[in-house]
Design a protein around this ligand. Sequence first.
Ligand SMILES: [Zn+2]
Length: 72
Amino acid sequence: MSDRPEQLYLDQLDPAADLAELSTLEADLDAVEAALRRLDDGSYGTCEECGAALGGLDEDPLARRCPDHVDR
Ligand SMILES: [Zn+2]
């Protein structure tokens, strides 16, 4: 079932999301595609700055950086 990170993410999307959220969704789509590339190259689930294993992927399957390096 929903064992792929992008599917976990898509399951959370509200199909009735209003237009104002579209730009955010497009940015998120970029993040999904980036996550897929990271799955392909084996770097998924690790911080792209320091390579540390990331926790909390159940809550945020698109996480790319550890708490020390997250830029938001
Ligand atoms: Zn890091």
